[in-house]
Design a protein around this ligand. Sequence first.
Ligand code: NDP
Length: 285
Amino acid sequence: MAEPLNFLSALVGSFATPAAENPTVAMIESAFRHHGLDARYINCEVRPEDLGDAARGARAMGWRGFNCSIPHKVAIIAYLDGLGESAATIGAVNCAVRRGDRFIGENTDGVGFMESLRGVVDVRGKSLVVFGAGGAARAIAVEAALAGAARVRIVNRGEARGRELAKLIATKTSAQAHFVLWRETYRAGAEDDVLVNATSIGLFPDVGARLDVDLGGANRQAIVADVIPNPPRTLFIREAEALGFRTLDGLGMLVNQGVVSVRHWFGVDVDPSVMRKTVETLFGV
Ligand code: NDP
């Protein structure tokens, strides 16, 4: 017997403001099309005062879940029914997932980065240097520590935020954590296995901005990574490549976040290369 016609697609989406320049909808819907998933991703402009209504709306309309971005990553927690382990430790959610009739908050920022990193190195027992102490740095540092990194060094311009993150890692994970105040050039050393720019330095249109880091003394086996997705070949990445380091760009992290979100919502592993191609076309890479 023929299947009955079905005009009801599964729904997911994103709540943020500003939302217009976020390419995630195009990236994720390209994966839906490639894999024949009958699902739609709705990119929504949601003001802070409307976040509760948006979350209740998603629940009422049977959404499988949603991403949330700036400025909702912390505020959304009040409208959820629980948190995954790393989201609870990070204290921020960027992916809500329906499990039964509950919405659980997850954080894919760090997991997306770790998926990229796993392709080139096993972080267990390694030393990680994270530049920055904001949302992206927090997610990467926590996730790497939970995955077994031995040491995490937080290098940040602002002292309070940097110290707080180092303390979080030291108290909530088994990794050792140290804070370095970033007031002069950070000189990478032989003990640094992975160096990650998790600041906003280098983001379009400020593409000439330079990280105050000297990679000259680093171990040539070290991995140099950047969270900036646009442009993916930042000055930091280009300098590292010129010195012979293996690099990971922020586009990989963005794409892997999409992979992790779709896995959370649909239990399906989508092809990252499809999504990467879509975003590269959009960014003109
Ligand atoms: P936050 O505003 O939370 O944090 C920004 C961090 O950058 C802070 O530690 C800040 O230091 C530091 N910083 C900014 N400008 C400078 C500067 N001129 N010199 C030294 N330090 C500086 O931002 P997020 O963590 O949310 O985002 C950071 C970047 O990560 C963004 O560019 C974003 O696009 C990218 N990102 C990429 C993702 C991906 O999937 N590829 C996912 C999430 C974010 P201080 O504390 O001293 O102010």
